[in-house]
Design a protein around this ligand. Structure first.
Ligand SMILES: [Zn+2]
Length: 420
């Protein structure tokens, strides 16, 4: 079984693509990485939420990925991720996907039955004790009290992950899909001991988890840099690497198990820390940075005169429909409306002005993170434009693709996997 199991590899990236046209440009960034000696495995991810907003089906992502791989002559593995699925939403992804992100955040903080809790606490007794790893600042002591607290908070989520995994195993066959378990949309960050117990539980119930997405401290808002204490993140990330190392060895979890960072795109200030820890502890990572490609699409459009008119139209409507657009993203955007320029002002802007306002360059005084976040959540409007939007994307193909490749390679892959 273990020899035939699909494996993700040490470094991988979740590269979503709202409208399915940028697969080749994205893959060219991975090819550049390869030329520089590092394998970064592409994973095209699109959540149920995105499919629903845009009106697409998972099979379109599969087609995009297969065609891009064929056209670019990519010979390494690649995956299509059913991002943030639950038992309720998984069916539509079964055929198209070979990577499943089991999202159990909604079950956290709700208790399991007394009977299940009691049984779990008994089962996990051998796991308690002292953990030591060079990545820890000091040893971790896991006590009975920690275990009880963990069971109250996480057991129901853990058991839900087991249910989804068992369902997938029945439908797809063991080893024929990559399993990620995500709790990144929980309301509170997980501590390293909680992550350890979570992995112990998954291993006990036979979940062959290859990536795990905890919620880290700080804010991971859509399309903008990390908001929070980078040193606290760094410490947490490093401790989680240690926890994963120990869990792999003790519980027989897949050797390729690694952290998954759901970045919400563009957490540039964290990349040097992540790179340093991956290198120091010989660890892997999966980084999801999907929305960044959609934003580069709009940047690329705005460079061209015809595309600029489309980009302004998207902004105009987004400005007037902000509450509706913000709703599905309430916890992951933080837009200060008073910083948004009025559409009548934006209507007078040149290409340069629009691009400078949108492009994620915090050194540029024109950059506006509220403007950028609003554009990030406005792909619904582009989807509503239908053929008008798609034909503009085709017209500006060359320049958009350059932006997409350059953004992924220079701003993400280089600092994260090549150290600068
Ligand atoms: Zn996520």
């Amino acid at each position: 079984m273990a020899t035939t199991r699909l494996k993700l590899g040490r470094f991988s990236m979740g590269i979503g693509d709202r409208f399915g046209l940028e697969g080749r440009a994205q893959l060219r960034a991975m090819k550049k990485a390869l030329e520089h000696g590092v394998e970064v495995i592409p994973v095209w991810n699109k959540s149920n939420r995105e499919h629903t907003i845009i009106g697409t089906e998972p099979s379109s992502v599969r087609t995009e990925a297969d065609e891009a791989v064929q056209a670019e002559g990519w010979t390494l593995p690649y995956f299509v991720d059913a991002d943030h699925i639950s038992l309720k939403t998984v069916d539509r992804f079964l055929h198209a996907c070979n990577f499943f992100t089991l999202d159990v955040a909604d079950y956290i903080g709700k208790p399991a039955s007394d009977e299940e809790t009691k049984k779990f606490i008994e089962l996990m007794q051998p796991v308690l004790g002292t953990l030591r790893h060079p990545a820890f600042d000091s040893e971790i002591n896991l006590t009975h009290v920690d275990l009880e607290r963990f069971a109250q908070k996480y057991l129901l989520g853990l058991l839900e992950a087991v249910k989804i995994y068992e369902y997938l195993r029945e439908k797809k066959g063991e080893g024929n899909f990559i399993t990620e378990v995500s709790v990144d949309e929980a309301t509170q960050p997980q501590t390293p001991p909680e992550l350890y117990l979570f992995l112990a539980g998954l291993a006990h119930y036979g979940v062959q988890v290859q990536t795990v997405a905890p919620k880290f401290s700080g804010e991971f808002l859509k399309g903008i840099d990390y908001v929070g204490d980078v040193n606290a993140f760094s410490r947490e990330f490093r401790s989680d690497i240690g926890v994963i190392d120990i869990a792999k060895e003790k519980f027989g979890l897949p050797e390729e198990l690694k952290l998954s960072v759901h970045s919400g795109s563009d957490k540039f200030s964290l990349y040097p820390y992540i790179y340093q820890h991956l290198t120091q502890y010989n660890a892997g990572v999966h980084l999801k940075t999907a929305g960044t490609t959609w934003l580069e699409e709009v940047v690329g459009l705005a460079v061209d005169t015809r595309g600029l008119a489309i980009a302004k139209k998207i902004y105009d409507q987004a400005y007037n429909r902000i509450e509706e657009l913000r709703k599905p993203y309430e916890t992951v955007v933080d837009i200060n409306v008073t910083n948004l320029p009025s559409p009548s002002v934006v209507a007078t802007w040149s290409s340069d002005e629009f691009v400078a306002t949108l492009k994620h360059d915090t050194k540029n005084p024109k950059f506006n993170k509220d403007f950028r976040q609003l554009i990030h959540i406005s792909f619904r409007i582009a989807a509503e434009m239908g053929a008008e939007y798609i034909s503009a994307l085709h017209a500006a193909r060359h320049i958009i693709e350059e932006h997409v490749t350059e953004n992924l390679y220079v701003r993400h892959i280089k600092p994260l996997f090549l150290g600068g």
